[in-house]
Design a protein. Structure first.
Length: 101
């Protein structure tokens, strides 16, 4: 098992209108789920989602809540997509993308 020590993590959650973020210093070993229990940002996300469980990732890669947090992790709380990026690319509506290039 790991020796207890302090680590710093960032928690982010973005809605269609607002961005929430915070930095926490926690004692590890600690799971992502345990970090989120201490997070105000996760509380906002939980209010937004209601009773559904949170979907999270670390630095853009989806992870399980049981994964242990590491120093410097950026924990991202994901929300449902409002549009399928593949569909947008196919239709040519994705910003910054042009057909034929």
């Amino acid at each position: 098992m790991h020796e207890p020590r302090e680590i710093s993590v960032d928690i982010l959650f973005v809605t269609e209108r607002q961005e929430y973020s915070e930095s926490l210093t926690v004692i590890c070993p600690i799971t992502i789920a345990e970090v989120l229990e201490k997070s105000r940002t996760a509380s906002v996300a939980q209010e937004h989602f209601g009773s559904r469980s949170l979907s999270v990732g670390v630095w853009g890669k989806q992870v399980k809540l049981s994964v242990y947090a590491k120093n410097g992790d950026r924990i991202e709380i994901y929300r449902d997509l409002i549009a399928d990026p593949k569909e947008l690319r196919r239709s040519g509506r994705l910003l910054g993308k042009r057909r034929g290039r």
